[in-house]
Design a protein around this ligand. Structure first.
Ligand SMILES: Cc1cc2nc3c(=O)[nH]c(=O)nc-3n(C[C@H](O)[C@H](O)[C@H](O)COP(=O)(O)OP(=O)(O)OC[C@H]3O[C@@H](n4cnc5c(N)ncnc54)[C@H](O)[C@@H]3O)c2cc1C
Length: 367
């Protein structure tokens, strides 16, 4: 069988490559060498069984992860609460180190990588043709699109829809030597959206404001003092920043802005192309599930691609059904979470989410 091509080397693409290698296939991975931002992501405990199935439990080492101590929130009322942790506590991730370990394990199997971008994808009767940035053309019997939010393969037939305008205005701060840390996340709802504070391995702390792109107050994206000033008005984030000695450093430079909107596609499998990770559905980070979903979907998409490459046109049906059910489940959980915060019901950020969680209003939806 010719090589299956995987486009994108984030968590979804690397999981897909691993699954194919374990199945005895030699895929080609196509992605530029690009730095992965460390956004203080937490890895859901669900990821553990996925990593074990990929024979990768050793990736959670002391450099790449910090075992979590729980999630605290101020949400729904002004009380600080600890969230129940029935499913386990998860891990705070050094994403760059985690992916480095994944890559090292894969290249021990002589995995082939084209360190470049794909610029065009064309469906052909018996293959998919990929044009690379250097104009070389590769054909593959099946392609797994793991290009994240870029979702390279999604044309008109994919019915891609952005459901909101969520962005994160965030920074990673170095903790002072004498700061005593607890490896717990803190989430606080505010009128503009919500704040998130989460430790990273290596004595660092991510601080982020999640709000809609059109609601970011003037100057906040350009000015660290204004951004930190918003944090100073919070009930739980502000005292935590002060107790860690981070108030001054938070104000030093402007935050980075990352798109975080929920985006869905109507079709996960199109001809011989299978989408996985954020390229299939990018969901609100409030669920902290994107990385586990990328691991799961990369693995499952690889199974579907193997079937498609062998000529089984229905090979992707079960994957597509399971993924869409998972997305529906995550939307239900996310909507319930937003509906449980009613203190700011008249503020645009919350009004939009209450509408999405009940009857859709076309006027309020963003295209
Ligand atoms: C601010 C923020 C906070 C988050 N917090 C969490 C959290 O706490 N927990 C959690 O589980 N999830 C979190 N997420 C979600 C999580 O980061 C994503 O779901 C996850 O990174 C998706 O992985 P992926 O492999 O699908 O895509 P990505 O990691 O985006 O990888 C995409 C890859 O595709 C490559 N690529 C793109 N275009 C091309 C092209 N044309 N040709 C070749 N290669 C290409 C890129 O170089 C990259 O290698 C957060 C997201 C955001 C924005």
């Amino acid at each position: 069988m010719d090589r299956i091509a995987i486009i994108g080397a984030g968590v979804a693409g690397l999981a897909a490559a691993r699954r194919l290698v374990l199945a005895g296939h030699r895929p080609i991975l196509i992605a530029p060498d690009s730095a992965v931002p460390n956004r203080g992501e937490t890895l859901s405990p669900k990821a553990l069984t996925l990593l074990e199935a990929l024979q990768w439990p050793h990736l959670l080492d002391a450099d790449s992860t910090l075992p979590g101590d729980g999630r605290f929130s101020v949400w729904g009322d002004a009380t600080l609460r600890k969230a129940p942790d029935h499913e386990g506590l998860g891990y705070h991730l050094d994403r760059a180190q985690f992916e480095r370990l994944m890559r090292t394990a894969l290249f021990a199997h002589d995995l082939e990588q084209a360190r470049t971008s794909v610029t065009a994808i064309a469906h052909r009767p018996a293959c998919v043709e990929l044009t690379l940035a250097d104009r070389a053309v590769i054909s593959a019997p099946a392609v797994i699109d793991c290009t994240g939010r870029a979702a390279l393969s999604s044309g008109e037939a994919a019915q891609r829809r952005r459901l909101d305008r969520l962005i994160a205005a965030w920074r990673v701060l170095d903790l002072p030597d004498d700061a005593e840390t607890v490896a717990a996340t803190l989430v606080e709802a505010v009128e503009l959206g919500w704040w998130y504070m989460s430790p990273l391995p290596g004595r660092r702390m991510m601080l982020g404001l999640f709000t809609d792109s059109d609601l970011v107050p003037t100057g906040v994206a350009q000015d660290g003092v204004r951004w930190a000033g918003l944090a100073a008005g919070t009930r739980a984030i502000a005292p935590r920043l002060a107790s860690l000695g981070l108030e001054a450093s938070a104000a030093e430079t402007p935050p980075a802005i990352a798109p975080a909107a929920s985006i869905t596609v109507g079709r996960l499998v199109e001809g011989r192309i299978v989408r996985a990770g954020d390229a299939a559905a990018a969901l609100d980070p409030i669920g902290a599930n994107g990385l586990a979903t990328a691991l799961w979907s990369g693995t499952q998409a690889a199974g579907a691609a193997l079937g498609l490459a062998r000529g089984d046109a229905d090979a992707g049906a079960a994957y597509e059904r399971d993924y869409l059910q998972g997305v529906a489940h995550q939307f239900a959980a996310q909507n319930a979470m937003y509906a449980s915060e009613q203190r700011f019901a008249d503020a645009p950020f919350w009004r939009r989410r209450q509408i999405i969680s009940s009857e859709p209003d076309p006027k309020e939806r963003t295209a």
